[in-house]
Design a protein around this ligand. Structure first.
Ligand code: NAP
Length: 290
């Protein structure tokens, strides 16, 4: 029998998931072997999948659409981030029981930390208001960010993100004290002079998307000491990041977040403390495409 650690990523669709590549990089760096496979699990198919995963000795699995919320009733325990977001991206199977975690936002936070950027008390501007922003903004609020401005093409979506976090602050689920501002992307320039961290969380500039920022001069008034992040990892340096780099800003691409989420999940699966900083350094500086 193979002694490779069996792991899965489940979802629908699943064929484009990069998880096998990214987890493969982490396991290679650890000198361990894993059998990490994509499994197509349709909505409503969790019970059947879980039964077969336990049966076949799967150590854990990552989840993507449409299972991140539906998995919750199957879990014996859930970590604080999964509880905060109401969503799970990592499940460990132990003695036939399931334990849920969410490493999505911690991957981003790890990439900030590894670049010497601290969110506490900081003014943050996020461009975009999609699924990932809701999670990141909630995590940054909970880490003590001073102000988060969510700026989006569709203003109502930015408002919805901020409203959700305000309601969490009111009922004590999220830390209070962070000011939340919503607006259209055309209003972003207003919040840039005293911004400490600017984040692109739109797919503009991503390989294969075919759309990019036409003009980035709206960022010219950005606080010169601000760090500039792009959640995109392919290409490693988007036009958004190149523009910021040319103006002397520290730049952080999405590779760190992607790798960080995987390292943190693998630490859970392996149930041992990993050299997270060392792994991060090794895997984010490697010359490869994801
Ligand atoms: P999403 O839910 O699809 O949201 C996309 C956001 O981008 C929306 O706010 C949308 O605005 C905006 N947008 C899309 N096309 C636009 C355009 N042509 N002009 C202006 N705004 C546009 O996506 P998501 O899941 O939040 O992900 C956002 C980005 O993060 C993606 O690039 C994704 O690849 C990246 N990501 C990276 C990681 C990582 O590990 N590095 C993890 C997750 C996500 P509207 O609301 O107006 O449609």
């Amino acid at each position: 029998m193979s002694d490779k650690i069996k792991l899965n990523v489940i979802g629908d669709p699943i064929e484009h998931s990069k998880s096998p590549i990214v987890h493969g990089l982490v396991f290679d760096a650890l000198g361990l072997e894993c059998d990490y496979t994509r499994v197509l699990v349709k909505k409503g198919g969790l019970s059947e999948y879980i039964e077969s995963a336990i049966e076949s000795g799967v150590r854990g699995f990552n989840l993507t659409m449409p299972h991140k919320v539906d998995i919750i009733p199957y879990l014996k325990e859930i970590d604080s981030d999964a509880e905060l977001f109401g969503a799970v991206n990592t499940v460990k199977i132990k003695d036939g029981e399931l334990y849920g975690y969410n490493t999505d936002a911690r991957g981003f936070v790890l990439s900030l930390e590894q670049n010497g950027v601290d969110a506490e008390g900081k003014s943050i501007v996020i461009l975009g208001a999609g699924g990932v922003v809701s999670t990141l903004a909630l995590k940054l609020t909970d880490m003590g960010a001073g102000r988060i401005a969510v700026m989006n093409r569709t203003v109502q979506k930015a408002e919805a993100v901020c409203e959700k976090i305000r309601s969490y602050q009111k009922d004590g689920r999220a830390r209070s004290g962070c000011e939340l501002i919503s607006g259209g992307t055309d209003e972003a320039a207003k919040y840039l002079p005293d911004c400490d961290i600017l984040i692109n969380a739109t797919p503009l500039g991503m390989s294969g998307v075919g759309a990019d920022y036409d003009d980035l001069s709206f960022t010219d008034g950005l606080n010169p000491s601000a760090a500039v992040c792009d959640l995109i990892y392919s290409p490693p340096k988007t036009k958004f990041l190149s523009y910021a780099e040319a103006r002397g800003h520290k730049i952080i691409n999405g590779r760190g977040m992607l790798i960080g989420q995987a390292i943190l999940a693998d630490e859970i699966y392996l149930e041992k403390q990993l050299d997270i900083g060392g792994l991060y350094e090794k895997l984010t500086s490697g010359d490869y495409t994801i």
